[in-house]
Design a protein around this ligand. Structure first.
Ligand code: GDP
Ligand code: MG
Length: 290
């Protein structure tokens, strides 16, 4: 049996969360067209009992440190670098390859890496060939694999290749689980995704979600969560006119949570103001960033 750890790296928007979701077939990592949606390391398991267990982890995008929150995100990238059997370096093929190459070179990878050229659905063959040539000879690159995470193209090739690079061994986690994180975590992430989907540019970055209650009742699951913002003005935006926005967030999130856990959900959302939570160590811990 094969068993090992595989980490996905790449710039914000390269498609890390989309790839992870496509491989797992469940909506585990939230996807958004905006950058920095992923704040935590998420470990998910690809299980084929008796054959393999691949422990995949998504990482926050590689970014400059600005707030303490960002520092924490980069710490997560660094720790991921050190404990993997294989790294997947994801490239948005429509982005600046030179810049991507500089970032990958600076990582000083100690583990073998596959360069995945993502979003091939969005470019012509000539551009794809040029990108393969560009990355093929790089020091950090064992193999180049073109994929489309969105259209689930060449993911079987990817899986076969991954299995060649991870060691023989027993599974590290239960083969019945999909992830090492509790359902509560994914519930919070699904709510956060709806904030990204419904709010203007600035607000989502200033927001955290705390799931306070997850209670399995006979007919449904009762969930209560707080949306934390930094200012009163943001609270007004989050609520919307006569509560219209928070209602929309709640409806969208409930639908996704129901399909994720396969049960009916009663979802209650409150908006709370906590000034400067992103620079406050205690609050970062409380919101699950430590
Ligand atoms: P992350 O920041 O690296 O986790 O990127 P996401 O997975 O959140 O994806 C960022 C954006 O790229 C989203 O709008 C995705 O729909 C889009 N995207 C991801 N993979 C592909 C792909 O294979 N083709 C195209 N055309 N778009 C993609
Ligand atoms: Mg992501």
């Amino acid at each position: 049996m094969k068993s090992g750890f595989v980490n996905i790296f790449g710039q914000p928007n390269a498609g890390k969360s989309t790839l992870l979701n496509a491989l797992v077939g469940e909506k585990m990592a939230i996807v958004s067209p905006r950058v920095q949606t992923t704040r935590h390391r998420i470990k998910v398991f690809l299980n084929d009992p008796g054959k393999y267990q691949i422990v995949l982890s998504d990482t926050p995008g590689i970014i400059e440190t600005k707030y303490k929150l960002h520092q924490h995100m980069m710490d997560a990238v660094q720790s991921a670098l050190e404990d993997a059997d294989l790294a997947l370096l994801l490239v948005d093929i429509t982005s600046d390859w030179q810049q991507v190459d500089e970032i990958f070179s600076r990582l000083r990878l100690k583990v073998p890496a596959l360069v995945l050229l993502n979003k091939i659905d969005a470019v012509r063959t000539e551009k794809l060939d040029a990108a393969v040539d560009f990355f093929k000879g790089k020091k950090y690159c064992k193999e180049v694999i073109p994929i489309s995470a969105l259209e689930k193209k060449h993911l079987d090739t990817l899986l076969t290749t991954i299995l060649r690079y991870i060691p023989e061994g027993m599974p590290f986690y239960s083969e019945e689980d999909l992830s090492d994180l509790p359902v509560k975590f994914f519930v919070g992430e699904l709510i956060r995704e709806k904030i990204y989907a419904t709010c203007g540019e600035e607000i989502p970055y200033q927001t955290a979600v705390v799931v306070n209650e997850y209670a399995e009742k006979e007919q449904l699951v009762k969930i209560q969560a707080d949306i934390i913002v930094s200012r009163e003005s943001q609270k007004a935006i989050m609520l919307g006119e006569r509560g219209s926005r928070i209602k929309e967030i709640g409806t969208l999130a409930r639908t996704d949570i129901e399909s994720f856990i396969g049960r009916k959900v009663f979802l209650e959302l409150f908006v709370k103001v906590r000034p400067n939570w992103r620079d406050n160590d205690r609050q970062l811990r409380e919101y699950g960033y430590r």
